[in-house]
Design a protein around this ligand. Structure first.
Ligand SMILES: O=C(O)c1ccccc1NCC(=O)[C@H](O)[C@H](O)COP(=O)(O)O
Length: 269
């Protein structure tokens, strides 16, 4: 059983328990009261047109690295990322593997004007409504962890709630399945979630197969302006970065530094 299977097993139990406490109609009522969605894909596209589109991640710990940032203050981090030039935020809400919390998303969104991705493992439309109730503007769909039917169901639910979906892939088969969905954003995860091996070669190999009407978001293992410039050569102008920014004491300065001198290339987003 790899980490993704383990996460899926406890997540399904957790969702069943949450649903028992709060039926779909109740969580939908909460979602309907949430602040209006901030256009996540639109904001990212706009930033990528002018330079790079950065989704900056609020990440305390991970299965591959353990504790990443002890001094962890989600509202302060959200403000620091915004000041540094991030286009969007990603907030890990999973507790057992990432030391995340739903509350971190609420706090980060309230502290900034940026659209927010709920970075979690979703299997059920109930969780999509829950994400909206928390204020999320975008959800993540990990193709390695869901069937085509589940992916479609999650994407449809996100659309109904006015949210965007980032569709994450790691290999060609997942990319081909993702292309059958409607979402504009395709996240190419450089990290193999079975082995944790991380290589920018994954984006290099897959980017050329992404349909031209989709936006590539390169994810994981990015830590220098040179990494971004290299990936930009493969056609990706948007990036999801967590650990390398979280390890800097001055997150604003680190965000500014990684976004400096974007590779000027035709093609925009
Ligand atoms: O980060 C992990 O170890 C991990 C393990 C299992 C499933 C997901 C995992 N990470 C989630 C992410 O996708 C990353 O947090 C995100 O792409 C940012 O990556 P990085 O910049 O390398 O922190």
């Amino acid at each position: 059983m790899d980490i993704l299977d383990k996460i899926k097993a406890y997540k399904l139990e957790d969702v069943a328990a949450r649903k028992a406490e709060l039926p779909l109609s109740d969580i939908e009522a909460r979602a309907a009261q949430a602040p209006a969605p901030r256009g996540f894909a639109d904001r990212l596209t706009e930033a990528a047109r002018e330079g790079y589109g950065l989704i900056a991640e609020i990440k305390k710990a991970s299965p591959s690295k353990g504790l990443i940032r002890a001094d962890f203050d989600p509202p302060a981090l959200a403000r620091a990322y915004e000041e540094g030039g991030a286009a969007c935020l990603s907030v890990l809400t999973d507790g057992p593997s990432f030391q995340g919390a739903d509350e971190y998303l609420v706090q980060a969104r309230e502290a900034s004007s940026l659209p927010v991705l709920r970075k979690d493992f979703l299997y059920d439309p109930w969780q999509v409504a829950e994400s909206r109730a928390l204020g999320a503007d975008c959800i993540l769909i990990i193709m390695a962890s869901v069937s085509d039917a589940q992916a479609r169901e999650l994407e449809d639910a996100a659309t109904r709630w006015g949210m965007d979906a980032l569709i994450e892939v790691h290999d060609r088969a997942e990319l081909d399945r993702a292309a059958g969905l409607n979402s504009k954003m395709i996240g190419i995860n450089n990290r193999n979630l079975q082995t944790f091996e991380t290589s920018l070669d994954v984006t290099r190999m897959l980017a050329k197969h992404v349909p031209v009407d989709r936006m590539i978001v390169a994810e994981s293992g990015l830590s220098t302006p040179a990494d971004l410039a290299e990936i930009a050569r493969y056609g990706a102008r948007s990036f999801l970065i967590g650990e390398s920014l979280m390890r800097h004491e001055d997150v604003t300065a680190a965000t500014r530094a990684i976004l400096a001198n974007p590779l000027t290339a035709p093609g925009g987003a």
